[in-house]
Design a protein around this ligand. Structure first.
Ligand SMILES: *[C@@H]1O[C@H](CO)[C@@H](O)[C@H](O)[C@H]1NC(C)=O
Ligand SMILES: *[C@@H]1O[C@H](CO)[C@@H](O)[C@H](O)[C@H]1NC(C)=O
Ligand SMILES: *[C@@H]1O[C@H](CO)[C@@H](O)[C@H](O)[C@H]1NC(C)=O
Ligand SMILES: *[C@@H]1O[C@H](CO)[C@@H](O)[C@H](O)[C@H]1NC(C)=O
Ligand SMILES: *[C@@H]1O[C@H](CO)[C@@H](O)[C@H](O)[C@H]1NC(C)=O
Length: 625
């Protein structure tokens, strides 16, 4: 092992904070000389003996002072130590004495309450730190004043230490050497120093290092830092927050060691490009307080990523999880996110916790789904509801998202369309139903035809309407009652001298014209319209139409031109509801009833003829074909 001859000057003041389990070995050789006795002061807690001329001290003098907490022996002439465990001691200052080597006692390791140990020496020997049992050394708040030697020697002494944990923190340390041979270091904390990108460059001896803390140093080039880790085969956790790190996306030179699982990059100068330089097996990434505006879409997949912190950046939208599907925790507090979409929760299936508060939320329809998601799933948003407050629009500023409400209808365009569609369909359906039920279309068509025919007739015979009357009567009947019409009605009306002319559709219809037109023609050219009513009639569509035409004429010319013959009684229920006109007519008007008894037939025909002849103003010569 290394010899004790490797001595170098260390003309500086050291302030050590000893960890409880430090154990140091030093060969002791002392002379006991009691210069004082404090046994009569069992309550003694603080003893300040600084700035005296004490040359030797045996700690045994304090063995009755069980409550002694603070012992200041600085600025004396002590040159040798007689060690003793003082269990209650918290503060022990031995600095500025005449010790040649560091006065380190093994007993210090047993002083479990010791928080402060002040030491100084004119020399440091490697053996000072040698021990079979020493595992960790912590040096904090070191203020070096004067160096009379090459710093490299000091760095070498530290870097070649055979211990597991080394902390040199807040020591203005500008550099540290790579251990010259395979090192035992597992944990290195060099935070609050002045280390640059050159630290541990091309270093391949730190193969057991698991955790490296370089918080608050002068690191700048992220790609260099990644290369630094490439040979640290066991490195799991790298803490490089609060440096000056940036990454230029054109570089594309990142070589992180594959074992790296936790990386703290917070408080640096990183931009969106940092996503092109991340360790692929990272599980925990801290990127808070940088200058990130978006998480680019084309980043390498980070399959293992569980925790991602992007708080205190400049994000404008919630990043999805397409590149890190296993994400469980995401922090995006204090960014510039206006309207986080609830799609986030669909792409981030494993998310357990989302910290999204303190963003300038814009309370609009787009935000509703996000709010509803929290209300439904509950508890995934950390800080809900007090950290989630509307910033825009001005009218809602300060309103908590949980109290922000917009009606389903004002936001959901699909619903709005569906409702409009349903209303339209209903209106169309109701209108159609009414049209069909009341035969509106048919009536319209009929009116139109009627008007057309009339105007045509007027044009051809403008001089006198009377001159177009060719017939005494038009007979409307159901085809099923045709036997009665042909065998009884017509022969009886037309017999004698042909003074009564009847318009019959088989006989007088003009071929080539539509049925409706023929019917209208027939009605137009006849004084009277005779309707042979029977259950058959009511069930015939055509008969009903004919009745409607005739009825229309009746009103338009306000003359009594309708004659109803009731061939067979018609029960009211047989008349379809939509034939309300027929119903009304039958209810109001008197009709001639066809008698069953033969002897009454004569009277019937007489009555009928009277009805036809009543208003017959012109003679037979007007009948022209
Ligand atoms: C110190 O005190 C102890 C115990 O009271 C006593 O035995 C010893 O003689 C004292 N020593 C001196 C130098 O007075
Ligand atoms: C002890 O006394 C000196 C001089 O009076 C003072 O500077 C020092 O701070 C004191 N030590 C403690 C621990 O209070
Ligand atoms: C070294 O540091 C690690 C991490 O802080 C700790 O868990 C471990 O107990 C330390 N080991 C020693 C020997 O102090
Ligand atoms: C960062 O380091 C890499 C690798 O050494 C180098 O190629 C690159 O130029 C450096 N970037 C800057 C901006 O200095
Ligand atoms: C990263 O470092 C900062 C301090 O610089 C600390 O507040 C934060 O908790 C660390 N992040 C993680 C994940 O440990």
């Amino acid at each position: 092992m290394g010899s004790t001859t490797n001595i170098f000057l260390f003309a500086c003041i050291f302030t050590f904070t000893l960890w409880n389990n430090i154990q140091l070995s030093v060969e002791n050789e002392f002379t006991a000389h009691y210069s004082s006795n404090f046994s009569s002061l069992p309550e003694l807690r603080v003893l300040n003996l600084s700035h005296n001329l004490i040359r030797e001290l045996d700690f045994n003098v304090f063995k009755f002072n069980e409550k002694l907490e603070c012992l200041d022996l600085s600025h004396n002439n002590l040159w040798n130590m007689c060690c003793q465990t003082l269990a209650s001691l918290r503060h022990l200052d031995l600095s500025f004495n005449k010790f040649k080597t560091l006065p380190i006692c093994q007993e210090f390791g047993n002083m479990l309450n010791l928080e402060y140990l002040g030491l100084s020496a004119t020399m440091i020997r490697k053996s000072d730190f040698r021990g079979s049992s020493m595992k960790a050394l912590i040096l904090e708040h070191i203020r070096t004043k004067v160096f009379y030697f090459s710093q490299d020697i000091l760095y070498k002494a530290f870097s070649d230490m055979n211990i597991e944990n080394l902390t040199i923190s807040d020591a203005y340390m500008p550099h540290m050497l790579c251990p010259s041979h395979t090192s035992l270091f597992q944990y290195l904390d060099f935070s609050y120093n002045a280390l640059t990108d050159e630290v541990f460059k091309n270093c391949d001896t730190l193969i057991h290092l698991k955790m490296l803390i370089l918080q608050r140093n002068q690191l700048e080039n992220l790609s260099k830092v990644s290369s630094m880790t490439s040979k640290m085969k066991s490195l799991k956790h790298l803490e490089i927050s609060r440096n000056l790190l940036y990454y230029d996306e054109n570089e594309n030179h990142c070589h992180w060691v594959e074992t790296l699982a936790k990386l703290n990059l917070s408080s640096n100068k990183l931009t969106d490009s940092v996503f092109g330089c991340l360790p692929i097996n990272a599980q925990i990434l801290d990127l808070q307080n940088n200058q990130i505006t978006t998480v680019p879409k084309d980043i390498t997949e980070l399959k293992a990523l569980k925790e991602l912190n992007i708080a205190f950046n400049r994000l404008t939208e919630l990043p999805g999880c397409s590149h890190y599907r296993g994400l469980e925790l995401l922090n995006i507090e204090e960014n510039s996110i206006l309207t986080p979409s609830s799609d986030f929760f669909h792409s981030c299936q494993n998310i357990r916790e989302l910290r999204g508060g303190h963003n300038p939320f814009q309370c609009s329809c787009e935000l509703r789904d996000f709010v509803n998601f929290e209300k439904k799933s509950g508890g995934r948003l950390v800080g809900w509801p007090e950290s989630y407050v509307c910033e825009y629009p001005d009218g809602l500023k300060g309103t908590q998202l949980k109290d922000f409400q917009l009606s389903e209808l004002s936001c959901n365009t699909t619903l709005l369309l569906v409702i409009a569609l349903v209303v339209t369909v209903v209106v169309v359906a109701v209108t159609s139903f009414l049209c069909i039920y009341f035969d509106v279309m048919w009536y319209l068509k009929m009116m139109w035809q009627w008007t057309q025919t009339k105007s045509r007739v007027r044009k051809s015979h403008p001089e006198d309407l009377q001159s177009i009357l060719h017939f005494h009567a038009f007979i409307s009947y159901s085809e099923r009652d045709s036997l009665w019409v042909k065998n009884h009605l017509i022969p009886n009306l037309e017999k004698e001298d042909g003074s009564v002319q009847i318009c019959l559709h088989e006989r007088n219809f003009i071929p080539g014209k539509s049925i409706v037109e023929n019917i209208i023609n027939c009605i137009e050219k006849s004084y009277k319209s005779i309707f042979v009513l029977s259950p058959n009639f009511v069930q015939s569509e055509w008969c009903h139409y004919e009745l409607s035409f005739a009825h229309h004429k009746l009103f338009s010319e306000s003359c009594n031109s309708l004659i109803l013959i009731l061939l067979e009684p018609i029960p009211q229920y047989l008349i379809p509801a939509r034939y309300h006109k027929l119903k009304a007519l039958m209810a109001k008007r008197t009709y001639l009833e066809w008698p069953k008894e033969k002897n009454k037939h004569g009277l019937f025909w007489a009555n009928l003829k009277v009805a036809i002849n009543t208003n017959l103003p012109v003679s037979t010569e007007m009948i022209v074909v």
